[in-house]
Design a binder for this molecule. Structure first.
Ligand code: NAD
Length: 489
């Protein structure tokens, strides 16, 4: 393919101790463009458990010297990565769109965000500090320091395939850790491109390693290796809970950010136009494949008809097409997600929900994994369509009589990632921010989207709640704290 800026050869996706290696698995990984899955974009041999172990060993060997680099040495490399990402924004966006399917302008935005993430964490290589604490003994100086944990294993999904690896990698490296990154096999090309840029920016051999292969072999080897000192995972709740259980048996720090079933509550005094816009951008942006996607629209009966009409109207106005043509909405990422979307349409109808719009493969797009933006009415909080993560552009409307019923419905799920309320009532919005069970809460804003300097993470089954990602304190997950008592001889 033209325009790809990657190191190694088209076959080499394992980056271990500064060397691009071919995967040793008998099974190959095939990357397809979800807009035209018939033409593979790349095929290469996957990595093995032995290669995953080799990557951990390389990271462990490089650990001491990287830990001893000065903050400004680390920050210079991370700033250089940010500049390189910016300089190749268009090529990176194209890689991302070709393997994940999202519209080109969304990919450009995500790539730009990755550069900002590296800048943000670069600056805190210098600022991730301990504290001085008043001492009971005037002869003794008491303070805390933060030290890197050692080797950080980072496991990431496909839906934000450059932003998520970037925020884990940048935080871990800035805090002085070495890294083994395992991206999703759906989106290995953008991960390889990112690691190539880190290599070009001068990251020393062994400090950052990449292994691409199946979760059950490569991922499993990484999480069970005794030399992995911390594991940070983003992905589905099922996999995350399994990984958390496996890793915590070894007493190793584990961070998991997982699925969501995010509600948007709309009260009668809301701005209906902006509530409808928020619901559709939240549910259909990225083809509904965001962990923070809006999937339940919980609306007060008084405005239900008006809001429903506005939402359906907006859903029907979205353009659909190949990501490279930059429509409003691209295809789902894979055959598996495609099948799951249509399965949930059937489930919702079997349960008695009313399909108000969408739910079909759009005409003229039979080849790719496309689905129309879909809105269901007559949904009750207990239905599977209101309880399970669909991960597609499917919005369920639940009508409620009052604020209390809205909060009850919003909290009536095992997930607790993101939530929003649209209202002009200050008291109601203040109550909502207190009573809602979610790690990210928006007032008059959609459930998706977050700022880099704000902590990000969920509650309940959406997160291990060990330490938020992003924000000023993200480094805490990647560091040990020591309490020092220092007296004169
Ligand atoms: P997934 O759980 O299938 O896979 C995530 C990663 O885990 C992949 O790299 C996969 O190869 C790896 N993996 C699978 N089994 C493993 C094992 N036994 N050991 C180690 N690694 C293993 O998730 P996905 O389908 O790639 O992503 C979609 C999911 O991610 C959705 O549920 C979404 O809500 C969630 N997500 C959450 C957040 C968040 O911050 N909360 C952000 C984005 C996506």
């Amino acid at each position: 393919m033209e325009g790809l800026q990657m190191n190694g050869t088209p076959e080499t996706y394992q980056y271990i101790e500064g060397e691009w290696r071919t995967g040793e698995s008998d099974e190959s990984i095939t990357v397809v463009n979800p807009a035209t899955p018939i033409d593979p974009v790349a095929t290469f041999p996957g990595g093995t458990a032995t290669q995953a172990d080799a990557a951990i060993e390389a990271a462990a060997r490089a650990s001491r010297s990287w830990e001893q680099t000065t903050p400004d040495e680390r920050d210079q490399i991370l700033y250089a990565v940010a500049d390189l990402i910016d300089s190749q924004q268009e090529q990176l966006a194209e890689i991302l769109t070709k393997e994940e399917g999202k519209p080109l302008s969304s990919s450009r935005g995500e790539v730009g965000r990755a550069a900002e993430i590296f800048r943000f964490f670069a600056s805190y290589a210098r600022t991730a500090t301990g504290k001085t604490i008043p001492s009971n003994d005037p002869e003794t100086f008491t303070y805390t320091i933060r030290e890197p944990v050692g080797v950080a294993v980072l496991i990431t999904p496909w839906n934000f395939p450059i932003a998520t690896p970037s925020w884990k990698t940048a935080a871990a490296l800035a805090a002085g850790n070495t890294v083994v990154l395992k991206p999703s096999s759906e989106t290995p090309m953008i991960a390889k491109a990112l690691v190539s840029l880190l290599e070009d920016a001068g990251i020393p051999d062994g400090v950052l390693n990449l292994v691409v292969g199946s979760g059950s072999t490569v991922g499993q080897a990484l999480i069970t290796n005794d030399e992995a000192d911390a594991v940070s995972f983003t992905g589905s709740t099922e996999t995350g809970q399994y990984i958390a259980e496996t890793v915590s048996q070894r007493g190793v720090p584990i961070q998991t950010e997982m699925g969501g079933k995010n509600p948007q509550v709309v009260l009668p005094d809301a701005n209906i136009g902006s509530a409808a816009a928020g619901a559709i951008s939240g549910s259909c942006g990225g083809t509904g494949q965001a962990c923070t996607a809006t999937s339940r629209l919980i609306v007060h009966t008084d405005i239900a008809d008006e809001l429903t009409a506005a939402v359906v109207d907006r859903a029907e106005s979205l353009s659909i097409g190949p990501g490279m043509e930059d429509p409003d909405m691209g295809p789902a990422v894979s055959a598996e997600e495609d099948a799951s979307n249509f399965r949930y349409i059937e489930i919702a109808e079997d349960e008695g929900a009313t399909r108000l719009t969408g739910g079909n493969r759009p005409n003229g797009f039979e080849e790719g994994y496309y689905i129309e933006p879909t809105v269901f009415g007559d949904v009750t909080p207990e239905m599977r369509i209101a309880q399970e993560e669909v991960f597609g552009p499917v919005l369920s409307i639940i009508e409620v009589e009052d604020f209390e019923a809205a909060i009850r419905a919003a909290n009536n799920t095992t997930f607790g990632l993101s939530a929003s309320i649209y209202t002009a009532d200050m008291t109601a919005s203040r109550r909502f921010t207190r009573e809602i069970e979610a790690g990210v809460v928006k007032v008059n804003g959609t459930t998706t989207g977050s700022q880099i300097q704000m902590p990000f993470g969920g509650m309940k089954d959406s997160s291990s709640e060990t330490q938020k990602e992003l924000g000023q304190e993200a480094y805490k997950f990647y560091t040990h704290k020591k309490a020092i008592y220092r007296s004169d001889p």
